[in-house]
Design a protein around this ligand. Sequence first.
Ligand code: 5GP
Ligand code: 5GP
Length: 229
Amino acid sequence: MKLLHASLCLISLLLVLPSIFAASSTKDFDFFYFVQQWPGSYCDTQKSCCYPTSGKPAADFGIHGLWPNYKDGTYPSNCDATKPFDSSTISDLISSMKRSWPTLACPSGSGEAFWEHEWEKHGTCSESVINQHEYFQTSLKLKQETNLLGALTKAGINPDGNSYSLESIRDSIKESTGFTPYIECNRDGSGNSQLYQVYLCVDRSASGLIECPVFPRGKCGTEIEFPSF
Ligand code: 5GP
Ligand code: 5GP
């Protein structure tokens, strides 16, 4: 009887094991993009922007999001509707978030709608590694550590409306952070290509920067504008 029981257990284990592995390999992710936006380039487009209810943000890069990604360039999204954004779990972080993760979309808001969107679309896909508090805390820490504006200004690249070579922008960030960024451009109101977002890659345990396993697709000019804010 014991033997029968043991073999039944073994058989059921063998039956469920493959589905456990299949579920985890389709659900999980390989690395993160940590994406920061230049507010001047969000605001000087044809669409324009709205300052947050707390006032004009600092003239500094702001966080856009921490995005789980696959090595093949695709990404998961909206992974867990049972874990909605809950600002009470991050009440200790809200004042830093207002400074470092300001919203520029219209109509003006406190930022909560932006944070909620980022958590629900991207954050919920990282739950195997970090919880909601860690998701926001890690992003804030990464912003401090990368200090993009410091990296650029140290190399003489300033948000003054002038154009700089894409290569010099990339090199200065690599020099300072140790890792090659992906630069995303958009267009100002007159159609000039400008520095919009900077992507750096983070390992899947969210412990630090890595070289990107794959870069997003898109093109800037060889010379791009760095608008003021
Ligand atoms: P867009 O189409 O404006 O480039 O991107 C729209 C949104 O899609 C982004 O804000 C982000 O939420 C998501 N997205 C775009 N590209 C990527 C990507 O390469 N990886 C991930 N994880 N999300 C992306
Ligand atoms: P993603 O492109 O990450 O999927 O979504 C960005 C969403 O957040 C859009 O619905 C956009 O309206 C909203 N949003 C709110 N504030 C900002 C902001 O400052 N920058 C960007 N890129 N999107 C924002």
